[in-house]
Every structure is written in structure tokens, then in C-alpha cells.
Design a binder for this molecule. Sequence first.
Ligand SMILES: CC(C)[C@H](C(=O)O)[C@@H](O)C(=O)O
Ligand code: SF4
Length: 492
Amino acid sequence: MTRIRAHQGPSDVALEAMMAGTLAEKIWADHVVRSAEGEPDILYIDLHLIHEVTSPQAFDGLRLAGRPVRRPDLTLATEDHNVPTTPGPITDPVSLTQVETLRRNCEEFGVTIYPMGDAEQGIVHVVGPQLGLTQPGMTIVCGDSHTSTHGAFGALAFGIGTSEVEHVLATQTLPLKPFKTMAVNVDGDLADGVTAKDIILAVIAKIGTGGGQGYVLEYRGEAIRNLSMEARMTVCNMSIEAGARAGLIAPDRTTYDYLQGRDHAPTGAEWEAAVGYWETLRTHDDAVFDAVVDIDAATLTPFVTWGTNPGQGAPLGASVPDPALIPDETEARAAEAALAYMGLTAGTPLREIAVDTVFVGSCTNGRIEDLRAAAAVLKGRKVADGVRMLVVPGSARVRLEAEAEGLGEVFEAAGAEWRLPGCSMCLAMNPDKLAPQERSASTSNRNFEGRQGKGGRTHLVSPLVAAATAVRGTLSSPADLAPLATATGEEH
Ligand SMILES: CC(C)[C@H](C(=O)O)[C@@H](O)C(=O)O
Ligand code: SF4
């Protein structure tokens, strides 16, 4: 893919916003191709990612209108939601139709696709970043709510609906409603064993699943700056679970180091020029956010959900809450319904909740670092009797990398299933599902009723908590595990 800036550069108004605004406003201003009183701004889109679920009608629309894809070179498709994660063909007829339709559409419209089995295939939000396609300052869209993941690079990345997918395919632009900005400041240091997943679950528990509505969240502060790119993606990924339009983090040395040398990252003089530009992508000191949320990282502990939305979570050391003690009437009723669905009793310590299944994977926590974290806990240990553990890499590259590091062997030696890449048990659109009333500890991002299978019960957790839970059979953190004796007799 070549990256050609097709727009003419910012207007005066846009320039002002670029100088003095928040990061999100700067990127917005830099991409406006048309602005008119009383109408939404039309933005240029730098990267359009596609998968099998939300693209068929969009391509149908193009076909009907006799339009080509405007910029196939800025469009990329991968197969992720409907693919099985065990070897062999797709047997489910609906999934097969979805995937075959995507292949046909990509062929007809000249769009690059990474099909099942391809060395570059994987979950759309894992593929873009690992190829270096996702870069600071870009506008990125995909017919998928977790497109916010790409904000980790300092990009403005939105999930869009199928009719918008058609608009972007046809024009490489998108009319967008204005947004508000929210600073989420996470200051201080994270304690050992506390991860990006715990940060974002705590943020959502604090502001609620509607708290981010209409906002683009900018994650800031020391604890965010100290996160790796993988961890930043975990945080931005779940912005949508707080109801936000998008979430982003200003690019820095960590971002550049991650990008440098990747397939589609600029090289040579272009790299230097790009970094020069990326360095300007900061919220101006005088910029004012519409809302501010402060979190002290030092107070965070491993966080798990007990309910049926990602905001119904608590520290692992807490107990299932008592709806009668929740002051807000609506929240209390929601908690009551959640406990009934989840088969939980108020007052039960979260650590005593036994699971049937553990899932490590998804675009939230299916990257190499997540697998390393899970493997570090599982090494030398066994998955508890009666517990099924699935470890599903986010992409074919992640799988290869994990295998080269011996992680696949660690998972298998522990008794976990080491799978092929895909969305897998994150959502019930492929063979990896929970049976009714089965309970999982899952590193994915949604715990809605039926999300992992009809009647299935989901507890959202970090990869560290997932692995420790697999070993103990009840929700646990690595600190709960008996230390392993080493060859020299030391404990570690
Ligand atoms: C299938 C797709 C449209 C959906 C989304 O938009 O997020 C899925 O990826 C999800 O995570 O629920
Ligand atoms: S892994 Fe889950 S959240 Fe991510 S794109 Fe797939 S289904 Fe959506």
C-alpha cells in the first residue's frame, strides 16, 4: 500500500485547531476535506479495514451503483469472526457464505485479502498494527466497534456501520458528527501483576458503560506512558465498552520503536519526516477537554467482571455485590438481573467463583505479550481438572512468534488447547462457544448475555488472571498460586 495524502491540506480554521487543540481535534482538523455550516464535516480516511461480517451489503451497494472501490490501496480485508480455530474447512453454512462472499468481493473490487491459512491472516485489529499500517495521526475506520484499538498509536480510529463502509469504499471519505473530548488521566505506578486490562476495566467501572458516550477519550498520565504498545492497544480497544466514539494515546518513543522496521512503516528519509510529524501529535498545553477523569494507578488491583456488561466489575479481592446496597435504582435492578443470569449470589467472594472454561485471545488480549504473560504463569503448572483452556493467537504472525518462543509447547504441556488465529470464543460466530450455563474467565471485551454462546456466563479478566484461574479453577491472580519449586530448590 502506498500512502498518498489525497486531500489539499487544512483550512485556516483547521490550522488553528491543529495548533491549539487536543490530539483528537488536531487529527480531525488535518483530515477535513469539506466543512459547511450545519452539516457534518467530511473527513478523509487514511486506512479502511474490512472483515466478513459487516462488508457484504456495502459491496452490494457499490455493485448496484456501478462504483469501483475508490482507493483499494488503502483498503485491506481479513477473515476473523467466522473462521474456525482448529484445522479444517468451515462447516457452518452461514459462516462459509460470509467468508466466501468476502473473498469474491475482494477479488471483484481489487482489495487485498488475508484469507484463512494465510501468513498475514488474523483479527483485523491485530493485523493492521503488526503490519505497520496503523500509524500516528491517521484516520482509520472499520465496520467494527473495536476499531478504537488503533487509537493506541495516536490515530483517530472509529468503528462504523455497514452503510458507512459503503461510503468509505466509494469515496475514501466519511461525514462525521462532531465529538467531545475526555481526558482519562492514569497517574502513578501500577503494582506488580496489575495490567492494562485492569486499568480499562477499572475505568469502565468508574465512568459506566455510557460514561464515554459522544466522547473521544485520550488516555494520559505516567501509567499510560509506561505501557507497551500491546498494552496501550488493550486499553484503547475497550474505549467502546465505555460507550466512547474512540480512544487514543499520544505517540511517543514507544510507538516509534514498535513501528520502525514493520512492513508498511516508512523507511529512510521518509521515516525521519514521519517521526517529525508524529512528534507534533500532542494535545496542546492550553487545550481544554470537555471532561476529565482521574485514576490513581497505584490503587488498582487485578479487576474482574461479575455481571453482564463490562462496567459491572470489581477488584478480584472483593465479593459479588449486593444489589440491595446499590443506591441507584436502575443500576440495582441491572445488577439483580445480571446476578440471576450469571448464577451468582451476593456476598460470594469473587475468588471462590469456579469456571469451566478459560479463554485467552481476542483483539483485546490476543497479542504476543498477552500470550507471554499467560505462558509465564502456566509454565511448569497444569490447567485444573475439569477446566478447558483455549489459547487463541490474534493472528498467524502472533502464532508463529509464540511458537518460535516455545509458548505453544508451554500451553500444550499445561493441558491448554493451542489454536489457530481468529476471534474464536470472543463471540459466538464460530465453533468456539460456551454451552448454556457454562462459565468462563475470558480475556475478551464483552460479557453480554449470550456473547460467548447462548446462556454462557462470562467473567472478563486479564491474561494473568486467566492463566491463574485456569490453574486454580476459580477466579485467581498469579499471587494466589503456590510457588513453583525450581531445580535449585528455590521458590519463584
Ligand atoms: C461483528 C462486529 C460487527 C462486532 C463489532 O462491531 O464489534 C464484533 O466484532 C464484536 O466484537 O461484537
Ligand atoms: S476479537 Fe472479539 S471484539 Fe475483536 S473483532 Fe473479533 S469479535 Fe470483535
